[in-house]
Ligand binder design. Structure first.
Ligand code: ZN
Length: 306
């Protein structure tokens, strides 16, 4: 056994690093991933694709950056300012460049010479979709299959709390019934998928880390309106399970923000399920061990590994 830590988060992190599954970068919560780790994600995604095939979803892939102008139309800055990621670059001329280099070489803070670029890092995989969906939906609405890296600035030694990680989502845009059914159906289906690979998940109402003065009200509203559920499973600590999948009903929030309309002309309702791919891989590794060749046969066969 490798280095022993009293902290169960640091302990699992050290084990993953010693096994070569995660490659530390020197910044907390930012890692490279090994081929074994990536293969677990690929195989799990294959399972999600097979289970979701009946939806005939439109497949779209957006990059992990999106327009600052679109960021300005969601309320992330109100609720999660401490988690955001903004991209900056150097927009000056020769004179400013020399000044910045002077600071850089003197090991002073040179980043004050940077200016905001036109993009932000994506905080949730479905956010880049909504600005592209402006307009009126058909009566059937839409189902979209998404996956991208998302960024959350929360440096941590908990290996399940990465600063940048992938979400695989199925998003529904349509009537209130279509959106709510999608959320509820996928909550049950997501639970069944995770249980079928040996993860004993529990369904809980979410408790998002809203920021500042409005936090108490936002938390209460989220709970009272029954908007967000998470599927949780112990990873590092038995009594502090980690959310590995979330199922969200956004009401007409994005419909209003991005002028997405139902066929009847009223703002569309949206819902999504998001699988946290790194966390699912970490939960599988914790539950079944670090060598996928030796995982239980049922799990391997479900993941098309055998
Ligand atoms: Zn989403």
């Amino acid at each position: 056994m490798c280095t022993q830590h009293d902290d169960p988060y640091k302990q699992y992190q050290a084990e993953l690093i010693e096994a070569g599954l995660l490659i530390p970068s020197g910044v907390r919560g930012v890692y490279g991933r090994s081929g074994t780790f990536e293969n677990i994600i690929d195989q799990f995604e294959g399972l999600v694709t097979r289970e979701g095939a009946f939806q005939n979803a439109e497949v779209m892939r957006f990059p992990p950056i999106f327009p600052r102008a679109h960021y300005a139309r969601i309320d992330h800055i109100n609720n999660f300012p401490d988690l955001m990621g903004s991209v900056h670059s150097f927009l000056g001329g020769e004179k400013e460049h020399q000044a910045m280099l002077g600071k850089f070489e003197a090991k002073e803070d040179w980043t004050s010479a940077l200016s905001p670029a036109e993009v932000m890092l994506v905080p949730a995989a479905c956010y880049p979709l909504y600005p592209t969906a402006t307009g009126t939906l058909s009566a059937q609405g839409r189902v979209v299959d998404l996956k991208t890296f998302v960024f959350r600035h929360e440096p941590s030694d908990d290996p399940a709390r990465m600063q940048i990680f992938r979400q695989r989502e199925f998003v529904r845009l349509g009537t209130p019934e279509q959106a709510l059914n999608h959320r509820n159906d996928w909550l049950a289906r997501g639970q069944a998928i995770l249980e079928s690979v040996g993860l004993p998940v529990k369904k809980v109402l979410a408790d998002d880390p809203f920021f500042g003065r409005g936090a108490r009200i936002m938390k209460a509203t989220q709970r009272e309106q029954d908007l967000k559920y998470e599927l949780v499973v112990p990873i590092c600590k038995e009594d502090k399970p980690t959310a590995i999948t979330s199922c969200n009903y956004h009401l007409d929030h994005f419909g209003i923000s991005f002028d997405i309309l139902q066929a009847n002309g009223t703002p569309a309702h949206t819902a999504c399920i998001g699988f946290g791919l790194e966390r699912i891989a970490l939960a599988l590794l914790k539950t079944h061990g670090f060598d996928p060749q030796r995982w239980p046969h049922e799990v391997r066969s479900r993941l098309a590994m055998a």
